[in-house]
Ligand binder design. Structure first.
Ligand code: ARG
Length: 273
């Protein structure tokens, strides 16, 4: 039965894809042989920003840096909870300078509690915040030691989850937090190792299980405010199940950004607390 849901206004850090392109390949989605339509990516990104604003959310902007084509994926630049900022350390040298750009932005915008990490972690790409836990992805990018480091910094338990399918190289491609006040998530089981699937079943017995098709359509790379779930419009199979649970799916077209291997959530770093 559908619950009554309510939206909580959010703050997101976004970065316009002014320099977005695909000239190297860090994941199976990226094909440097196919030209990217940067103006189209920018228009789609502006539409996503307009959707957030129309829902009453605040969007802060990080200035794009020439030569950093993946900077539009701000979710990878840090993890913010309780006003504390756990910085990123990227797995690939191509993205390394993004971590510094993020830390500078946070320092300049009044976030006093900043942590420069020792271990490789790509921000919210592999760290999801629920009411009770931090869910930590590993297997492709994040060093498992970063989980302990994040747990110590935030004082929240980190549940490690092993990713096994390279198409879902970040946790936020395989799992979405639908209600962060109630530990409600959606995930695609096939992206996880058998043991991690079992962990997810124990922790989230009522989770919405996504199909491979909807996960491949970036449907789990979604952003929820507790009521509205903003997600790629191509993940059509998720709209019905979300409505049945009382959510309002809001479909957007960010197809040009999918060519970098990211969608809605990757473009939105939530500033919590
Ligand atoms: N091209 C980027 C990379 O491979 C995409 C990052 C997508 N972001 C995300 N949060 N999953 O690093």
């Amino acid at each position: 039965m559908a619950r009554t849901r309510s939206a909580v206004p959010r703050r997101y850090l976004m970065c316009p894809p002014a320099h977005f392109t695909v000239r190297y390949s860090l994941n199976p989605w990226m094909d440097p042989g196919k030209p990217v339509d940067t103006p189209l990516a920018l228009a789609q990104w502006e539409q996503l920003r307009a959707v957030y604003r129309s829902l009453g959310h605040t969007v802060r902007e990080l200035a794009p840096v020439p030569g950093l084509p993946d900077m539009v994926f701000t979710a990878n630049g840090a993890t913010v909870a309780d006003g504390r900022v756990f910085g990123a350390r990227f797995a690939h040298p191509e993205r390394e300078p993004e971590a510094e750009a993020h830390l500078e932005w946070f320092a300049e915008h009044g976030f006093g509690h900043l942590h420069v990490p020792t271990h490789i972690n790509e921000g919210e790409g592999d760290l999801a915040v629920t009411a009770s836990y931090l869910l930590g992805g590993r297997g492709f990018r994040t060093n498992p030691l970063a989980h302990g480091e994040a747990q110590e910094f935030f004082g929240r338990p980190v549940i490690g989850l092993e990713l096994v399918d390279p198409r879902f190289y970040h946790l936020d491609l395989a799992l979405a937090v639908l209600d962060d006040a109630a530990d409600e998530v959606a995930y695609y089981p096939g992206a996880f190792s058998p043991g991690s699937r079992e962990v997810l079943r124990r922790l989230f017995p009522d989770a919405l299980l996504a199909t491979e098709e909807d996960a491949l359509a970036f449907g789990l790379n979604a952003v929820s405010d507790g009521l509205h779930v903003v997600l790629s419009q191509t993940a059509a199979g998720l709209f019905g199940p979300l409505r049945e649970r009382g959510f309002e799916p809001v479909g957007v077209d960010v197809g040009e950004l999918h060519r970098g291997g990211g969608s809605v959530k990757c473009c939105s770093l939530e500033l919590r607390g």
